[in-house]
Write a protein that binds this ligand. Sequence first.
Ligand code: TMP
Length: 222
Amino acid sequence: MRGLFFTCEGVEGSGKTTQLRRLAASLRHAGQPVMETREPGGTSLGEAIRSMLLMTRDQEMAAEAELFLYLASRAQLSRECIRPSLEAGIIVVCDRFADATVAYQGHGRGLDLRRIATMNRVATGGLTPDLTILLDLDPREGLRRVKARGQVSLPEPFLDRLESEALEFHDRVREGYLHLAREEPHRFLVVDATRQEETIAGEIWQRVEPLIGSWAVQGERR
Ligand code: TMP
């Protein structure tokens, strides 16, 4: 495939969305074609699934049902947006992807990791990011940030269904991500997310810039 595929992962409140926006802006500034998207979501089907996943509070959702909903959103996004963009030579930056299911539904919920790997391959048709940025942060600090940015008009900070999980769940998610990063050190860039936004963005750009340089050279040769 001709494009490049970057994903960003991390626990709640780790600053992924901010960093991805900055990365996309830097890429555009460098003259590169970029498509930004997110999971769950990114397509109209995916956004409908996202609100089911995050806003359903009035009934228990079975872990397996949750798994299938994330996978359904991913299957649609992979086929409708990511693949066609990569084939058109565009850089895709995606806020969460298949690793999130390993971390949250696998390590967090305790579903079988091997089965999840197989299902992820089915959902994505074998798509793997060229680079995954992992913003590593203690979930205590992440959740504190999420609560602090809550709407001031509400008496309690609003937390979605996943954010409302117990701290131990979020600790397992963080460990799950770090485990993935240790398994695939070449694909992952692990970034300490306790630092200033600017410093983190600089570290990410240091890793991305040479990648797009060699990618552009290969493109010229084709
Ligand atoms: P976010 O926009 O804050 O990343 O919200 C997505 C939520 O969904 C977040 O709590 C992580 C969770 N999630 C999973 O549990 N499994 C997945 O596969 C994905 C993509 C997200």
